[in-house]
Design a protein around this ligand. Structure first.
Ligand code: XMP
Length: 178
């Protein structure tokens, strides 16, 4: 698997240190609230596990299955909700976790859905945000790292379903993408 990686962009140790900082911010903002974390499958799984272990608050954890990339390297532009039911967030303080903010459509769509379900507050937290003009698209409330506008894999992010289990964020060799 490692041989398919052109470059490691953010290594494991750097990610862990940044998670300590994000966790402190989340703690400060959600302390004393009725908290629900909604992690977006499947990309946020590693991020969720490592971040939430650092947040010793009382919380419920839910996962939501959404898709916008459909396995390739370009966003389809359409956000699909793949679950039949949504988590019960009425009156709760929600933190949405996602792996990466690209166009912002995914987080925007999930945020709207959870507000419609009656959430008292919805905040967003992403490991990565692509450095693209954000006048029209939303920014997250908490961002781990800002990266260039390039396709990345690892630490939850995939290419055609693979590479999610890499402990770092990296760029694939062009020969792998084909
Ligand atoms: P939007 O455009 O809605 O996209 O902000 C967010 C979702 O798109 C996926 N995404 C990526 N997945 N490498 C990936 O493996 C990338 O560079 C990348 N950029 C966006 C991801 O699923 C995210 O939740």
């Amino acid at each position: 698997m490692h041989q398919d990686i052109e470059k490691v962009l953010i290594d494991e140790e750097v990610i862990k240190k940044r998670l300590d900082v994000l966790a402190e911010k989340v703690m400060a903002d959600f302390e004393g609230e009725s908290m629900v974390v909604v992690a977006l499958l499947k990309g946020a799984v590693l991020f969720m596990a490592d971040l939430l272990r650092r947040v010793p608050l009382s919380m419920e954890i839910e996962c939501l299955n959404v898709a916008s990339y459909h396995g390739g390297t370009e966003s389809s532009g359409v956000v699909s909700f793949l679950d039949h039911t949504l988590p019960d967030v009425a009156g709760r303080h929600v933190l949405i976790l996602d792996d990466i903010l690209d166009t912002g459509r995914t987080l925007d769509a999930v945020m709207e859905k959870l507000k419609q379900q009656g959430a008292a507050e919805v905040k967003t937290c992403v490991l990565l945000a692509k450095d693209i003009p954000r006048e029209e698209v939303m920014a997250a409330d908490y961002t781990g790292f800002v990266i260039g506008d390039e396709f990345v894999v690892g630490y939850g992010l995939d290419y055609r379903g693979r590479y999610r289990n890499l402990p770092y964020v990296g760029i694939l060799k062009q020969s792998v993408i084909g």
